[in-house]
Design a protein around this ligand. Sequence first.
Ligand code: NAD
Ligand code: ZN
Length: 343
Amino acid sequence: MPKTMRAAQLVAYNQPLEIREVEVPQPQGEAVLVKIGGSGLCHSDLHLMHAEIPMLPYLPFTMGHENAGWVEAVGEQVQGFAPGDPVAVFGGWSTKPDRFTWLGEEQLTDVTKWVGIGQPGGYAEYLLVPTYRYLLPLEGLQPVEAAPLTDAGLTPYRALKKLLPDLYPGSTVVIIGVGGLGQFGVQYARALTPSCTVVAIDVDENKLRIARDLGADETINSRQADPVERIKAMTGGEGAQGIVDFVGADTTMQQAYQMAGRQAKVVFVGLAGGSFPFGTRLLNEATFTTSSWGTLAELSEVLALARKGVAKPHIQRVRFEEMNQAFEDLAHGRIEGRAVLVP
Ligand code: NAD
Ligand code: ZN
């Protein structure tokens, strides 16, 4: 194993990543060193790079929280994994013994420990995973396709599941923002709620075309039409029964609020920093909530959905040298599905 490796690091906010030579960490105890096969470029990294979400513990820092690859080396207490095994890395790491950890909701326990956000991530040739318990065997999936499943695939799955108890046959599900996460949202809505009408909303025609290919019944370009009026018209004035907002800007949050029907559920996932005025005279009993990443069990379900062909990642492979251009493209909506670093 080499002593040093390449890593794409953020050295200063609002600056491009730099490819730097850093030490390869050594796994001890329960830890595992994973050779990165793919590390997905998430819009959250753009929020981090521009200090819109001030969570990085220090600079230079290696981001990358959507990871999969092969076990390279194991600590002396690792069980069930051996070098060469293909694995997906669950990223909501926490070391706190806490009620939510005991419940299996570890991603809600200590966000400062998340991979690629609080601890060095996968924009590198190797990733140190603190325990083998965060690894899932790929069983037939390729690391490059599994990498985006660990966040772009996982987060929408948890969000969509929150809608299920409130939907009924014939009701309408709305997905706002059909980029990396939202495209999985459309696929889950199609697969998990076959008797509902699935509507995708975006500001980009290309994304709406992809959403139709993935099974959306209707699409709305919210630059060209008022999505609230369109949804009301489509539903006979009722509004949508389930809405997931993968943007989280003032405009989309207000649209979600206004298009929600009676006893609807609205799940906010996007982290664009928006808010909306909530009035108590809204007497339709709609529920508004957020959703944060997902659990290990949910990740295993997402991998199972991918093996069945239900969650298909749309991948654009990038090399270290192409990462800054890919982030530039992501910021301007030019990535069709998910850009994935293949070191
Ligand atoms: P992305 O850039 O791939 O996709 C965003 C999509 O939203 C694009 O298709 C874009 O055209 C569309 N869009 C932008 N403005 C819009 C508007 N006003 N109305 C409708 N559509 C609009 O981003 P992504 O990687 O899918 O991430 C989406 C968001 O989710 C980001 O804010 C990210 O930080 C957040 N996120 C949250 C969690 C969580 O656990 N809550 C996890 C991962 C990502
Ligand atoms: Zn992410």
